[in-house]
Design a binder for this molecule. Structure first.
Ligand code: ATP
Ligand code: MG
Length: 599
């Protein structure tokens, strides 16, 4: 492609709308144009990158025996009603765009395709002889994200590869899951990315496991916890650890103490001269279920620890049946306005004890009359601890479970912290890094097949629900992650394997005949030899062309400058900035060798 003929517009200034480097650079270099919040036009250069990423994904998927297909983006509400996800996906904080067609039928734009693929399987899979089977597609997804941001990182329209496998047994599912783990590692390695596979939260679905593939970068929205021995890595949402041992309490008898202005753990410990590990703090949450029922949740956790929202959400989702609901739709710390809707009298906020009386709740048809009391494992072993006294300005010291308070149901609700000891080896401590979730593989089990009645006849003649796995990778997010991981102050540095073009021939001055002639000749020879090459033949100053070549991040720049008099051109490697003089007739083979080594 000749730049003189291309719609090629770069910006000198950082666009105000962008916060992180990759978003700024993709806009500045003309790869994307914003059309609406979270909605972008993929310009020709980006489209080439996306096609390259897609091709790598396709090759690695095909190598596992998976088959490519294309499913509809418009999906009928009925399928989502069968799986029980229509309301959660379209109401409140649901992310599915929905619409009503001219026959008044409700439809949704596909945010994911479990329902559709399960309906296909229901109609086509009859026997264990057809299993296992695995279908995937590369397609635009729609999600009305609550906070679209960072360009392609969290779009409302984006490209994903999603695959779904069907099995007769859990063992068969595990084999495909292991194949996908390898395929995803190959994809990210071939795309030139530094990544970490981590244990991931599988939500309340359970399933036997799920793993995320994190591209490591400061701008990542996820926190990864890992140990240096390489034996443990997990998303913070899921991470477990051994918290520090509590310091023994100096209090010996239960006693109510005046502790004015100590609504925070720090002020309380200052006043009492105690350690936060001797305090049981009680955090109030408000859970709202899909049937409209609000439940007030009181979580007791050690003073030095924080509640993990994901773990709490999963537990509350599991408990939905207790409230005749199917799922949780919101979980918040209730603000004053929210409290006003159910509190029978002002709460002793900052001074709450695990036995806060249920008469603080003005129960109603939509508000459960009793607190749901839960405790994190960290509080179980505490003796003679400090907690609120349910009286503003007062705490109880020297409290004990079974005497002062009843120990609520205990479980792991703790947020792992840097420096905690690892569970697999207490000599290892947890470290943290930021990551961008590029892919997620998931052992689904029978959740969707059971709900939609997708069954098969097994060898023993019995009818069973299909065992399923699902595997997603964000093609457009992955492309931007590469930029986030690989850029400098002059612009993008594409990994060679996914660069839109591998080389650009820059003619410093198009009016200088030999420069233009040799430039054109090299451009044609390189493309003929399979090196994807641009020709910068614009009527611009050389400096502008060099800057643009760096900004758009083409791996090799060939300059037909003064050295052509000596039969040479200058080749600059974008990643290292190194410059080499190469004989004109050797350019093609020189570049072919470099590219072969890089991909
Ligand atoms: P996140 O936690 O980042 O919202 P998710 O858990 O919703 O991701 P999945 O439903 O597992 O993601 O989707 C598979 C992949 O699709 C993700 O790993 C990610 O790479 C990509 N993806 C998900 N949401 C978006 C989005 N809004 N914009 C771009 N890519 C996305
Ligand atoms: Mg999401």
């Amino acid at each position: 492609m000749r730049l003189s003929q291309m719609l090629f517009v770069t910006l000198r200034e950082d666009p105000a709308e962008a916060e992180i480097p990759s978003h700024k650079l993709l806009l500045r270099a003309g790869y994307i144009r914003r059309i609406a919040s979270g909605v972008y036009a993929y310009m020709p250069l980006l489209w080439r990158v996306l096609q390259k990423v897609s091709q790598i994904v396709r090759e690695e998927m095909n190598a596992t025996g998976a088959q490519e297909c294309l499913l509809p983006q418009i999906q009928p509400a009925e399928l989502w009603q069968e799986s029980g996800r229509w309301d959660t996906y379209t109401k409140a904080e649901g992310i599915m765009f929905s619409l009503t067609d001219r026959q008044d039928r409700e439809m949704g734009l596909g945010p994911t395709h479990e329902e559709v693929i399960t309906a296909v399987a229901r109609d086509t899979i009859r026997s264990y002889r057809q299993l296992p089977t695995h279908l995937y597609q590369i397609q635009t997804k729609f999600r009305d994200e609550i906070r679209p941001r960072f360009g392609l990182m969290r779009g409302r329209e984006f490209i994903m590869k999603d695959g779904y496998s069907f099995h007769a047994t859990e063992e068969s599912l595990k084999e495909t899951y292991a194949d996908m783990d390898r395929a995803y590692r190959n994809i990210l390695t071939r795309c030139g990315l530094k990544f970490q596979a981590v244990e991931a939260d599988s939500g309340a679905i359970g399933g036997s496991g799920s793993q995320e593939f994190m591209v490591l970068a400061e701008a990542g929205e996820d926190a990864v916890m890992y140990t240096e021995d390489g034996q443990y890595a997990a998303n913070l949402e899921k991470a477990v650890s051994l918290p520090p041992e509590p310091i023994a309490s100096a209090f010996t008898t239960p006693e109510k103490r005046a502790t004015p202005n100590t609504a925070t753990i720090a002020t309380l410990c200052d006043l009492l001269g105690c350690s936060p590990t001797q305090v049981v703090k009680n955090v109030l949450y408000q859970a709202v279920y899909d049937n409209g029922v609000t439940v007030l949740v009181l979580v007791s956790i050690r003073g030095d620890r924080d509640v993990n929202d994901t773990k709490l959400t999963n537990e509350l989702t599991r408990r939905a049946v207790d409230y005749e609901a199917t799922t949780l739709i919101a979980l918040d710390v209730p603000d004053t306005e929210a409290q006003a809707k159910w509190a029978a009298k002002p709460l002793p906020l900052g001074y709450i004890a695990p036995d806060l009386d249920d008469d603080y709740i003005a129960g109603s048809k939509t508000v459960a009359p009793k607190f749901l009391r839960l405790a994190d494992n960290t509080v179980t072993a505490l003796k003679n601890f400090v907690s609120g006294a349910n009286d503003t300005g007062y705490h109880t010291v020297g409290a004990n479970w079974g005497e002062t308070y009843t120990l609520p149901d205990t479980l792991d609700l703790d947020t792992a912290m840097v420096g905690d000891r690892a569970v697999h080896d207490p000599n290892q401590t947890l470290h943290t890094a930021r990551g961008i979730e590029a892919g997620h593989i998931f052992q689904l089990g029978t959740k969707y097949s059971a709900a939609l009645g997708a069954t098969f006849t097994d060898e023993d003649g019995k009818t069973k629900p299909l065992v399923m796995g699902c595997y997603g990778i964000g093609v457009s997010r992955l492309a931007q992650s590469a930029v986030e991981q690989s850029h400098d102050r002059n612009g993008i540095i594409w990994p060679v394997a996914i660069a839109p073009y591998q080389a650009v021939v820059v003619v410093p001055n198009i009016k200088t005949e030999p420069q233009m002639a040799i430039g054109t000749q090299l451009y044609e020879a390189l493309n003929a030899a399979g090196v994807e090459t641009l020709l910068d033949d614009r009527n611009e100053r050389a400096g502008v062309k060099f800057k643009d070549a760096e900004l758009i991040g083409i791996p090799y720049r060939i300059v037909t400058g003064r050295s052509i008099e000596a039969g040479q051109v200058e080749i600059v490697e974008r990643a290292t900035g190194t410059t080499e003089e190469v004989a004109i007739e050797a350019v093609v083979s020189w570049l072919q060798a470099k590219i072969a080594a890089a991909v």
